[in-house]
Write a protein that binds this ligand. Structure first.
Ligand code: ATP
Ligand code: MG
Length: 364
């Protein structure tokens, strides 16, 4: 039987992509792409969503579209295998969002914990833009328009996918089986679910300025690693340290393999041994940070190099995105035909409707 898996994910062009994106979703996307176990794969730049909380800063969004596209290509996403597109160029997504709005209550949206946190983070408590408040609905439309079955994302997206599933279910219940219920695909490694920022804060996020960017130079990255939040109780080298809540160890959990010890730190065989020593006391933060730096460098260097190559032909990237938008639009338009039919708003391509009305009025 043909594989019916359809994968869709995206990112907001509010900044360059960071290592939180990489471990939370990007790395997995590239693996999925290369495994080829899917019918279609879409990756999109959510510029319309980014505008919901940057409405007075369109230039920021415009500039970051190409940054995100470069990061995608640098990480290994291949436009031959994946359709890369820009959200705002697919008007069908607005149309579907509008219909979806009626399938959700205000109180249901207010319960979304990720949106609650984001509203507080942006100081929107007293005045929330309606578009921002309802972005989970628009996100449900993005997913449903492409009939996505699988959404690789970080844990903050779990409430969004639940919301999308509820909307699709309600749509199908009212209008008949038309759309597909999506499922989130979370990273397997717990440290990658929600990578903390370099300041140790809950989540590395472009909007918080606590990121290590994929395109950062080795120098910039070293400075950030060296000033990272660790364990405030670990004052002297001899003090016992804590690995829980220590961002350096969370990053090691996300990136480090046994081979890294073989290459960069032969004193230990694996991360457990290193953690044991740190917890016992007698191991300084700087040594751990240097090790982390080597690992991050090894991971990011090929990405940096590929980015430099792609930067040489920017028009080719816009061309590629334009083609991606055209392909994506065709797919979304086909879904919207089905949606309009199911919602009984397809007045002009329904011969039966006209015949019915002729009959209805002929008796009068
Ligand atoms: P913004 O601050 O503008 O919301 P962001 O850094 O949160 O930006 P998004 O574009 O909202 O990034 O997220 C894109 C994808 O990356 C989502 O799947 C999200 O779950 C994932 N992601 C973002 N930050 C992290 C993180 N720190 N750890 C794991 N996954 C993350
Ligand atoms: Mg976000």
């Amino acid at each position: 039987m043909a594989n019916e898996k359809i994968i869709l994910t995206g990112d907001r062009p509010t900044g360059r992509l960071h290592i939180g994106h990489f471990v939370g979703s990007l790395r997995r996307r590239v693996e999925l792409q290369n495994e080829g176990d899917y019918k279609k794969m879409f990756v999109f730049i959510a510029d319309a969503q980014a505008l919901t909380d940057n409405i007075d800063n369109p230039e920021k969004v415009r500039q970051n579209v190409i940054e995100v596209a470069l990061d995608y290509l640098a990480c290994g996403l291949d436009p031959e295998k994946v359709t890369l597109f820009i959200q705002s160029q697919i008007p069908e997504l607005c149309e579907l969002s509008f219909y979806f709005m009626d399938l959700v209550s205000v109180s249901r949206l207010q319960r979304n914990p990720t949106v609650k946190t984001e509203i507080a983070m942006r100081g929107f408590e007293s005045s929330i833009p309606v578009g921002f408040f309802t972005y989970p609905v628009s996100q449900a439309a993005d997913i449903a328009a492409f009939r996505a079955t699988t959404v690789p994302a970080g844990e903050d997206q779990r409430p969004m996918i639940e919301q999308a599933t509820e909307i699709v279910r309600r749509f199908n219940h009212i209008y008949g089986e038309t759309l597909v219920e999506p499922q989130i695909m979370l990273p397997e490694n717990a440290a990658c679910l929600r990578l903390p920022g370099t300041d140790g804060k809950a989540k590395m996020s472009k909007s918080l300025g606590n990121c290590i960017y994929l395109s950062e130079t080795a120098d910039e990255m070293r400075k950030k690693v060296m000033s990272m939040y660790t364990d405030p109780l670990h004052v002297n080298v001899s003090d016992p340290g804590h690995v829980e809540g220590n961002a350096v160890f969370t990053y090691l959990d996300a990136f480090c393999t046994d081979e890294h010890f073989d290459r960069y730190w032969k004193d230990y065989a694996n991360l457990n041994e290193l953690k044991e020593h740190y917890t016992r006391g007698g191991l300084g933060d700087v040594k751990c940070k240097r090790f982390l730096e080597s690992i991050l460098n090894e991971t990011l260097e090929p990405i940096r190099q590929r980015r430099l190559e792609f930067q040489k032909d920017i028009p080719a990237i816009y061309d590629m995105l334009k083609r991606g938008c055209e392909d994506a639009r065709e797919v979304a338009a086909a879904t919207l035909d089905d949606v309009r039919r199911a919602m009984k708003i397809n007045y002009f391509d329904d011969a039966e409707l006209i015949a019915e009305q002729v009959k209805r009025f002929s008796g009068q």
